[in-house]
Write a protein that binds this ligand. Structure first.
Ligand SMILES: Nc1ncnc2c1ncn2[C@@H]1O[C@H](COP(=O)(O)OP(=O)(O)O)[C@@H](O)[C@H]1O
Ligand SMILES: [Mg+2]
Length: 263
Protein backbone atom coordinates (compact mmCIF):
# COMPACT_ATOMS: atom_id res chain seq x y z
CA UNK A 1 0.00 0.00 0.00
CA UNK A 2 1.10 3.53 -0.76
CA UNK A 3 1.04 5.71 2.36
CA UNK A 4 -1.48 8.51 1.82
CA UNK A 5 0.05 11.69 0.48
CA UNK A 6 3.51 10.18 -0.09
CA UNK A 7 3.51 10.51 -3.86
CA UNK A 8 1.34 12.88 -5.89
CA UNK A 9 -0.60 11.08 -8.62
CA UNK A 10 0.66 11.53 -12.17
CA UNK A 11 -2.71 12.77 -13.37
CA UNK A 12 -3.36 15.23 -10.58
CA UNK A 13 0.05 16.88 -10.40
CA UNK A 14 0.81 16.96 -14.13
CA UNK A 15 0.52 20.78 -14.30
CA UNK A 16 3.53 22.36 -15.97
CA UNK A 17 5.98 20.83 -13.55
CA UNK A 18 8.93 19.26 -15.42
CA UNK A 19 9.04 15.47 -15.52
CA UNK A 20 12.65 15.73 -14.41
CA UNK A 21 14.87 18.69 -13.62
CA UNK A 22 18.64 18.41 -13.05
CA UNK A 23 20.62 21.38 -11.80
CA UNK A 24 24.43 21.37 -11.90
CA UNK A 25 24.60 17.67 -11.22
CA UNK A 26 27.94 16.07 -10.37
CA UNK A 27 28.31 12.32 -9.90
CA UNK A 28 31.60 10.91 -8.68
CA UNK A 29 32.41 7.26 -8.21
CA UNK A 30 34.97 6.33 -5.58
CA UNK A 31 36.78 3.05 -6.15
CA UNK A 32 39.63 2.41 -3.75
CA UNK A 33 41.62 5.65 -3.59
CA UNK A 34 40.49 6.78 -7.03
CA UNK A 35 37.69 9.19 -7.87
CA UNK A 36 36.01 9.11 -11.27
CA UNK A 37 33.96 12.20 -12.14
CA UNK A 38 31.36 10.62 -14.41
CA UNK A 39 29.19 13.78 -14.55
CA UNK A 40 30.81 17.18 -14.09
CA UNK A 41 27.91 19.63 -13.82
CA UNK A 42 24.87 18.71 -15.90
CA UNK A 43 21.74 20.84 -16.02
CA UNK A 44 18.85 19.38 -17.95
CA UNK A 45 15.09 19.81 -17.81
CA UNK A 46 12.69 17.42 -19.49
CA UNK A 47 8.98 18.19 -19.68
CA UNK A 48 5.95 15.94 -20.03
CA UNK A 49 5.40 15.02 -23.66
CA UNK A 50 9.04 15.45 -24.71
CA UNK A 51 10.83 12.79 -26.74
CA UNK A 52 14.57 13.01 -26.05
CA UNK A 53 17.55 11.00 -27.27
CA UNK A 54 20.73 10.97 -25.19
CA UNK A 55 23.75 10.21 -27.33
CA UNK A 56 27.51 10.22 -26.85
CA UNK A 57 30.60 8.02 -26.94
CA UNK A 58 31.15 5.10 -24.59
CA UNK A 59 32.25 6.27 -21.15
CA UNK A 60 30.83 9.79 -21.61
CA UNK A 61 28.35 9.42 -18.75
CA UNK A 62 25.09 8.40 -20.47
CA UNK A 63 24.24 5.50 -18.16
CA UNK A 64 25.14 7.54 -15.10
CA UNK A 65 22.80 10.27 -16.32
CA UNK A 66 20.06 7.74 -17.06
CA UNK A 67 20.33 6.27 -13.55
CA UNK A 68 19.95 9.72 -12.02
CA UNK A 69 16.97 10.61 -14.25
CA UNK A 70 15.40 7.30 -13.25
CA UNK A 71 15.86 7.78 -9.48
CA UNK A 72 18.10 4.70 -9.36
CA UNK A 73 20.93 6.81 -7.97
CA UNK A 74 21.57 10.11 -6.19
CA UNK A 75 23.97 12.90 -7.25
CA UNK A 76 27.22 13.63 -5.42
CA UNK A 77 26.24 17.32 -5.63
CA UNK A 78 23.65 19.40 -7.44
CA UNK A 79 19.94 18.64 -7.41
CA UNK A 80 17.75 16.12 -9.18
CA UNK A 81 14.01 16.70 -9.00
CA UNK A 82 11.61 14.09 -10.29
CA UNK A 83 7.95 15.08 -10.40
CA UNK A 84 8.95 18.02 -8.19
CA UNK A 85 10.65 15.93 -5.50
CA UNK A 86 14.33 16.33 -4.57
CA UNK A 87 15.80 12.83 -4.62
CA UNK A 88 18.64 13.76 -2.23
CA UNK A 89 16.10 14.18 0.57
CA UNK A 90 14.41 10.85 0.03
CA UNK A 91 15.00 7.47 1.66
CA UNK A 92 15.64 4.38 -0.47
CA UNK A 93 12.07 3.28 0.15
CA UNK A 94 10.65 6.63 -0.91
CA UNK A 95 12.80 6.55 -4.05
CA UNK A 96 11.49 3.09 -4.92
CA UNK A 97 7.96 4.40 -4.50
CA UNK A 98 8.74 7.42 -6.69
CA UNK A 99 10.05 5.09 -9.41
CA UNK A 100 7.04 2.83 -9.17
CA UNK A 101 4.61 5.76 -9.40
CA UNK A 102 6.27 7.90 -12.05
CA UNK A 103 8.85 6.05 -14.11
CA UNK A 104 8.76 3.17 -16.58
CA UNK A 105 11.96 1.40 -17.67
CA UNK A 106 12.70 -0.39 -20.95
CA UNK A 107 16.01 -2.22 -21.46
CA UNK A 108 17.93 -3.59 -24.41
CA UNK A 109 17.54 -7.15 -23.06
CA UNK A 110 13.75 -6.84 -22.43
CA UNK A 111 14.06 -8.39 -18.90
CA UNK A 112 10.78 -10.30 -19.05
CA UNK A 113 10.02 -13.33 -16.86
CA UNK A 114 10.40 -16.30 -19.22
CA UNK A 115 7.92 -18.72 -17.68
CA UNK A 116 5.26 -16.06 -17.33
CA UNK A 117 2.63 -15.01 -19.86
CA UNK A 118 2.65 -11.59 -21.49
CA UNK A 119 -0.36 -10.45 -19.49
CA UNK A 120 1.19 -11.55 -16.17
CA UNK A 121 4.52 -9.92 -17.03
CA UNK A 122 2.72 -6.64 -17.67
CA UNK A 123 0.54 -6.89 -14.55
CA UNK A 124 3.55 -7.45 -12.27
CA UNK A 125 4.41 -3.80 -11.39
CA UNK A 126 0.84 -3.24 -10.20
CA UNK A 127 1.25 -5.72 -7.34
CA UNK A 128 3.07 -2.95 -5.45
CA UNK A 129 0.16 -0.60 -6.03
CA UNK A 130 -2.30 -2.57 -3.96
CA UNK A 131 -4.59 -3.27 -6.93
CA UNK A 132 -6.62 -6.51 -6.82
CA UNK A 133 -6.00 -9.33 -9.32
CA UNK A 134 -8.93 -8.44 -11.58
CA UNK A 135 -7.93 -4.78 -11.70
CA UNK A 136 -4.31 -5.71 -12.46
CA UNK A 137 -5.36 -7.99 -15.29
CA UNK A 138 -7.70 -5.42 -16.83
CA UNK A 139 -4.95 -2.78 -16.80
CA UNK A 140 -2.42 -5.25 -18.28
CA UNK A 141 -4.81 -6.24 -21.09
CA UNK A 142 -5.41 -2.62 -21.94
CA UNK A 143 -1.65 -1.85 -21.94
CA UNK A 144 -1.02 -4.84 -24.24
CA UNK A 145 -3.80 -3.67 -26.55
CA UNK A 146 -2.18 -0.23 -26.65
CA UNK A 147 1.05 -1.77 -27.99
CA UNK A 148 -0.82 -3.92 -30.54
CA UNK A 149 -0.53 -7.22 -28.64
CA UNK A 150 -4.12 -7.77 -27.55
CA UNK A 151 -4.01 -11.13 -29.42
CA UNK A 152 -0.90 -12.39 -27.58
CA UNK A 153 -2.00 -12.23 -23.94
CA UNK A 154 -1.25 -15.86 -23.00
CA UNK A 155 2.02 -16.14 -24.97
CA UNK A 156 5.26 -16.56 -23.05
CA UNK A 157 8.31 -14.49 -24.10
CA UNK A 158 9.88 -17.50 -25.92
CA UNK A 159 6.75 -17.73 -28.07
CA UNK A 160 7.09 -14.11 -29.20
CA UNK A 161 9.41 -12.38 -31.68
CA UNK A 162 12.05 -9.95 -30.38
CA UNK A 163 9.97 -6.97 -31.47
CA UNK A 164 6.91 -8.38 -29.72
CA UNK A 165 8.92 -9.03 -26.54
CA UNK A 166 10.07 -5.44 -26.52
CA UNK A 167 6.46 -4.30 -26.97
CA UNK A 168 5.48 -6.42 -23.94
CA UNK A 169 8.28 -4.69 -22.01
CA UNK A 170 6.93 -1.31 -23.13
CA UNK A 171 3.43 -2.32 -22.02
CA UNK A 172 4.88 -3.30 -18.63
CA UNK A 173 6.63 0.08 -18.41
CA UNK A 174 3.35 1.85 -19.22
CA UNK A 175 0.88 -0.08 -17.13
CA UNK A 176 1.41 2.14 -14.09
CA UNK A 177 0.79 5.28 -16.18
CA UNK A 178 4.24 6.81 -15.63
CA UNK A 179 5.00 10.37 -16.60
CA UNK A 180 8.50 9.38 -17.70
CA UNK A 181 9.60 6.39 -19.77
CA UNK A 182 13.34 5.64 -19.86
CA UNK A 183 14.75 3.34 -22.51
CA UNK A 184 18.39 2.20 -22.63
CA UNK A 185 19.21 1.08 -26.20
CA UNK A 186 15.64 -0.23 -26.70
CA UNK A 187 16.33 -1.25 -30.31
CA UNK A 188 19.82 -2.65 -29.66
CA UNK A 189 18.70 -6.28 -29.95
CA UNK A 190 16.22 -5.82 -32.78
CA UNK A 191 16.52 -5.97 -36.55
CA UNK A 192 15.80 -2.74 -38.39
CA UNK A 193 12.14 -3.48 -39.11
CA UNK A 194 11.30 -4.37 -35.50
CA UNK A 195 13.44 -1.47 -34.30
CA UNK A 196 11.48 0.93 -36.48
CA UNK A 197 8.19 -0.47 -35.11
CA UNK A 198 9.33 0.02 -31.52
CA UNK A 199 10.41 3.58 -32.32
CA UNK A 200 7.07 4.35 -33.95
CA UNK A 201 5.33 2.98 -30.87
CA UNK A 202 7.40 5.14 -28.50
CA UNK A 203 6.65 8.17 -30.64
CA UNK A 204 2.92 7.45 -30.52
CA UNK A 205 3.03 7.24 -26.72
CA UNK A 206 4.58 10.67 -26.53
CA UNK A 207 1.93 12.16 -28.78
CA UNK A 208 -1.14 10.35 -27.42
CA UNK A 209 -0.35 10.12 -23.71
CA UNK A 210 1.97 13.04 -23.10
CA UNK A 211 4.56 10.72 -21.52
CA UNK A 212 8.13 12.06 -21.56
CA UNK A 213 10.32 9.49 -23.33
CA UNK A 214 14.10 9.48 -22.87
CA UNK A 215 16.17 7.08 -24.96
CA UNK A 216 19.88 6.32 -24.68
CA UNK A 217 21.14 5.20 -28.06
CA UNK A 218 24.24 4.74 -30.19
CA UNK A 219 22.12 4.57 -33.34
CA UNK A 220 21.94 7.86 -35.24
CA UNK A 221 18.75 6.86 -37.03
CA UNK A 222 17.08 6.20 -33.70
CA UNK A 223 18.37 9.50 -32.28
CA UNK A 224 17.14 11.41 -35.32
CA UNK A 225 13.58 10.21 -34.77
CA UNK A 226 13.50 11.78 -31.31
CA UNK A 227 12.33 15.40 -31.14
CA UNK A 228 15.32 16.53 -29.10
CA UNK A 229 18.93 15.32 -29.05
CA UNK A 230 21.17 15.73 -26.02
CA UNK A 231 24.82 14.98 -26.73
CA UNK A 232 26.96 14.00 -23.72
CA UNK A 233 30.73 14.24 -23.80
CA UNK A 234 33.21 13.83 -20.91
CA UNK A 235 30.50 14.10 -18.28
CA UNK A 236 28.96 17.28 -19.68
CA UNK A 237 26.09 18.14 -22.00
CA UNK A 238 28.06 19.20 -25.07
CA UNK A 239 25.02 19.92 -27.20
CA UNK A 240 21.26 20.14 -26.67
CA UNK A 241 19.09 20.65 -29.73
CA UNK A 242 16.43 22.28 -27.50
CA UNK A 243 18.84 24.90 -26.12
CA UNK A 244 18.26 28.29 -27.67
CA UNK A 245 21.26 29.40 -29.72
CA UNK A 246 21.60 33.06 -28.85
CA UNK A 247 24.40 34.99 -30.57
CA UNK A 248 26.74 36.20 -27.83
CA UNK A 249 26.77 39.82 -29.06
CA UNK A 250 23.01 40.03 -28.47
CA UNK A 251 23.31 39.18 -24.77
CA UNK A 252 26.46 41.18 -23.94
CA UNK A 253 25.52 43.31 -20.90
CA UNK A 254 25.12 46.98 -21.69
CA UNK A 255 24.86 46.43 -25.43
CA UNK A 256 21.30 46.93 -26.68
CA UNK A 257 19.89 44.04 -28.71
CA UNK A 258 19.40 44.83 -32.38
CA UNK A 259 15.86 46.00 -33.18
CA UNK A 260 13.56 43.29 -34.49
CA UNK A 261 13.33 43.51 -38.22
CA UNK A 262 10.56 41.69 -40.02
CA UNK A 263 11.91 38.91 -42.23
N1 LIG B 1 30.11 2.08 -10.65
C1 LIG B 1 31.16 2.74 -11.15
N2 LIG B 1 32.31 2.83 -10.45
C2 LIG B 1 33.36 3.51 -10.93
N3 LIG B 1 33.37 4.14 -12.13
C3 LIG B 1 32.26 4.08 -12.88
C4 LIG B 1 31.09 3.37 -12.44
N4 LIG B 1 30.14 3.49 -13.39
C5 LIG B 1 30.67 4.23 -14.37
N5 LIG B 1 31.95 4.59 -14.08
C6 LIG B 1 32.84 5.43 -14.91
O1 LIG B 1 32.16 6.65 -15.16
C7 LIG B 1 32.33 7.07 -16.50
C8 LIG B 1 30.97 7.18 -17.19
O2 LIG B 1 30.38 5.89 -17.29
P1 LIG B 1 28.95 5.61 -17.92
O3 LIG B 1 27.97 6.57 -17.33
O4 LIG B 1 28.66 4.17 -17.78
O5 LIG B 1 29.19 6.01 -19.46
P2 LIG B 1 28.40 5.54 -20.79
O6 LIG B 1 27.09 4.98 -20.38
O7 LIG B 1 28.27 6.80 -21.59
O8 LIG B 1 29.25 4.55 -21.48
C9 LIG B 1 33.25 6.04 -17.15
O9 LIG B 1 34.56 6.55 -17.09
C10 LIG B 1 33.10 4.83 -16.28
O10 LIG B 1 34.26 4.04 -16.28
MG1 LIG C 1 26.29 3.06 -20.76
Amino acid sequence: MTPPGAVPTAAGAAGREPAVDLDDVVREYRTGGEVVRALRGVSLRIDAGEYVAIVGPSGSGKSTLMHLIGALDRPTSGTVRIAGQDVARMSDGALAELRNAHIGFVFQQFHLLNRTSAVDNVALPLIYRGRNAAGRRAAAVSALEAVGLGHRLRHRPSQLSGGEQQRVAIARALVGEPRLLLADEPTGNLDSRNGAEVMALLERLVVERGVAVVIVTHDNEVADRAHRQVRVRDGLVAEDSAAPTVPTDVVTPGVPAPADTPA
